[in-house]
Design a protein around this ligand. Structure first.
Ligand code: DX5
Ligand code: ZN
Length: 228
């Protein structure tokens, strides 16, 4: 299953509801929600009240990416606000396994994310436990950065591991996705594609439609187990 996951970090917050409706019209099913605490990453984005208020207006799948130190403190809160999946950073948790258990116990999908410098090896023992692995392809913290080429290998490595073990784990990529890097990440084995600035410019609905078509087309080139 492939999904385009538009990141609302690049939305016009004055028109957030309207922009989410445009994404729905384009057939988008996942919404990527970047929460930043000013500690794990330098910037601060938004939190529970924003998520709660958009939850009332849309049935989209809420994919919440917590760029937050000690995220286990907030799992219950984000589930109450309407998260459908919660992804925590391996680097942000004292006890990563406990954080993943808390997410699963709360009844939503669990994801683990790694920053560009964190090796796949640091989380490979958890592949049995998680629903998705988020490979950051920029330094977390800001939209609109350039894709870091050295991350492509990590996507490939994960795809090999997941397929070899026949695991049901999605590979999500986040940061610097555009026409060119979209092809790179899909060919490397990613299937959940986060995109912020690539979607939220000019005509959002047209962009999302076009990018979804492109993902469908590119996915025909790859032949990993999950795509058959
Ligand atoms: C960065 C965030 C991303 C960001 C991606 O820390 O996790 O989700 O919105 O933005 P683009 O697609 O513009 O690189
Ligand atoms: Zn993100």
């Amino acid at each position: 299953m492939y999904q385009l996951c538009p990141s609302i970090l690049s939305a016009d917050f004055n028109r957030l509801g309207e922009q989410i409706k445009a994404l729905e019209r384009a057939g988008v099913e996942w919404l990527h929600i970047d929460v930043m605490d000013g500690d794990f990453v330098p910037s601060i984005s938004f939190g529970m009240p924003v998520i709660r208020s958009i939850r009332r207006e849309t049935g989209l799948f809420f994919d919440v990416h917590l760029m937050v130190t000690a995220p286990e403190r907030y799992i219950q809160d984000f589930v109450k606000c309407g998260a459908d999946s919660i992804t925590v950073h391996a680097e942000a948790c004292d006890d990563l396994e406990l954080a993943i258990d808390l997410i699963k116990d709360a009844g939503v999908k669990a994801g683990v994310s790694i920053k560009p410098a964190t090796p796949v090896n640091d989380i490979s023992h958890l592949l049995d436990e998680v629903d998705l692995v988020l490979v950051m392809t920029v330094q977390p913290g800001f939209g609109g950065q350039k894709y870091l080429d050295e991350c492509t290998e990590k996507i490939q490595e994960l795809r090999e591991l997941i397929d070899r073990e026949e695991l049901d784990v999605d590979i999500q990529v986040d940061g610097g996705i555009n026409d060119e890097t979209l092809e790179t990440v899909i060919h490397a084995g990613a299937n959940l594609i986060v995109a912020g600035s690539y979607v939220f410019r000019d005509d959002l609905e047209d962009n999302a439609k076009r990018i979804r078509r492109k993902i469908d087309r590119l996915s025909q080139d790859v032949d990993w187990r999950g795509n058959k």
